[in-house]
Design a protein around this ligand. Structure first.
Ligand code: 2HA
Ligand code: ZN
Length: 285
């Protein structure tokens, strides 16, 4: 029994995130937008696997007004109540493929015990819609509770500007990996349409969004892109926290990268770094 690659890759990424401590119990959710080719061979690809393919009588589950340009797209999505520690053992139970309709979705395969897509379905649908507008190769949306980023948002009130500059200034690779910066949303109730809409708005200009006092969300062209963005931001948050703890000083009293250092990296990359044109010293925190 073999699965299509996008199932194996989802198994790997969910297990790796659990292993990192980012997805305790039923925390986190992931979705992947199938290519046209993958979508055209779902029935054949899952024949003989533990997934059920629902050929007929698919009911439309009404959830939200799905933006027109993503109606008809197929998403592999994790289930509400799935545990990333064990998802690999039963992907047919903990994931399913849905096709987006004008008002929601139809289940095409998987969810064999009747589980439903993640409680963050609003965000996943709206996030795919937002990123597809800026990148036709966009495919993956990942949400988890990356520990150091959560700690960071609990210590101080962070903003998109303050968090982006903090994380860029402690790890040279940060600005290379997320030169578009990190958007920060204030704390909001999870699983709501509002958090989905607010996230989607930020995704028009960022690939990475922090949900203060909750977690982080990344998007990318493949699972590795999405995982790597969070891995890099979480590593930088860890360094910043340790730097403050070890030195006993505020971040910018340490020997961190300056705005002019960061601009030099942007010049090499040929990108315009956000927030770097103001010459004032980076805000103290
Ligand atoms: O999947 O992480 O935000 C559970 C959550 C909700
Ligand atoms: Zn969450």
């Amino acid at each position: 029994m073999t699965y299509p690659d996008y199932i194996y890759e989802l198994c790997h990424v969910t297990y790796d995130m659990w292993n990192k401590g980012w997805d305790e119990y039923n925390g986190g959710n992931v979705s992947y937008r199938l290519t046209k080719e993958e979508a055209s061979s779902i029935e054949a690809d899952f024949a003989g696997t533990s997934y059920t393919y629902y050929a007929e009588n698919r009911k439309e589950v009404e959830v939200l007004d799905v933006p027109e340009h993503i109606q008809g797209e197929y998403l592999l999505i994790t289930a509400s109540g799935s545990h990333f520690r064990t998802l690999c053992l039963q992907p047919h139970v903990d994931t399913g493929i849905i096709q987006l309709t004008p008002k929601g979705y139809q289940v095409v395969a998987g969810f064999v015990t009747g589980k439903r897509p993640t409680s963050e379905i609003f965000m996943h649908v709206l996030a795919h819609a937002a990123r597809l507008k800026v990148d036709t190769n966009h495919r993956v949306v990942i949400h988890n509770h990356a520990t150091n980023i959560v700690i960071y948002s609990l210590l101080d009130e962070v903003t998109s500007e303050s968090l982006t500059l903090d994380l860029w200034s402690v790890l040279t690779e940060s600005i290379v990996v997320f030169h578009d910066g990190i958007a920060v949303l204030p704390w909001e109730v999870p699983g709501t349409k509002l958090i989905g809409e607010d996230t989607a708005r930020e995704l028009e200009t960022h690939r990475l969004v922090v949900w203060s006092k909750h977690g982080v969300l990344s998007t990318g062209r493949n699972y590795q892109d999405g995982f790597g963005l969070i891995e890099t931001a979480d590593k930088a948050a860890h360094i910043a926290l340790e730097l403050k703890r070890v030195s006993g000083k505020s971040l910018y009293e340490n020997n961190v990268l300056s705005k002019s250092d960061l601009k030099k990296v942007c010049d090499v990359l040929g990108v315009e770094g956000k927030y770097l044109n103001d010459e004032t010293i980076i805000s103290q925190s």
